[in-house]
Ligand binder design. Structure first.
Ligand code: GAR
Length: 191
């Protein structure tokens, strides 16, 4: 078993870094490349420091089916703070093989426009008592694929969108790599 994982990210890439480090310790699975839609995203720096090649692409490249050529040796895709909608051709080419992390307890605070700090701002404005993370498969509908895992955290009255983001990142870093690994193993064992 030699499984290549593509990590897609758009921003800082703290989750991408955790994933890369985690899979460096898993003999049969490798993060083979980081895919990024922003030339100045910090995730590119992180990938470089961890000796993982990266690829930057434009929206038109991503929308074209020819993009699949860039994923020829890839078995699974993990979205780690990747903020573009996944085109249908890609979902069809990787059925049940794209994993996403969302920084809230879906189905709450999901859907279009609900990403990164926007999620935390809405959660705080609505004075929620809890938030959390959802790790799920990606299908044609935004944030609606099968849930693999959720974990929650308490929100105190003093919390701000920034402090909530920190709590969420802690949960993400703690759980995401292992849940992704477990899912890939489960998928492969059923093949
Ligand atoms: C993470 O909190 C992730 O859940 C969120 O973006 C952040 C990226 O942080 N993803 C979404 O909002 C997707 N809808 P990172 O760049 O430090 O990993």
């Amino acid at each position: 078993m030699d499984i290549n994982i593509a990590v897609f990210a758009s921003g800082s890439g703290s989750n991408a870094e955790q994933l890369i480090k985690h899979f460096q310790g898993v003999s049969e699975m490798t993060v083979s490349q980081v895919y990024c839609n922003k030339p100045d995203a910090f995730v590119l720096e992180r990938a470089k420091n961890l000796d993982v090649p990266s690829l930057v692409f434009s929206r038109s490249e991503f929308k074209s089916e020819e993009f699949l050529a860039q994923l020829e040796s890839v078995d699974f895709i993990i979205l780690a703070g990747f903020l573009w909608k996944i085109p249908e051709y890609l979902i069809q080419a990787f059925p049940e093989k794209i994993i996403n992390i969302h920084p809230a307890l879906l189905p709450s605070y999901g859907g279009k426009g609900m990403y990164g700090s926007h999620v935390h701002e809405s959660v705080i404005v609505n004075k929620e008592k809890q938030s959390g993370i959802t790790i799920h498969l990606v299908n044609e509908n935004y944030d609606e694929g099968r849930t693999l895992f959720q974990a929650s955290c308490d929100i105190s009255p003093e919390d701000t969108p920034d402090s909530l983001a920190q709590k969420i990142h802690q949960l993400e870093h703690k759980y995401f790599p292992q849940i992704a690994e477990d899912y890939i193993r489960e998928y492969m064992s059923k093949k």
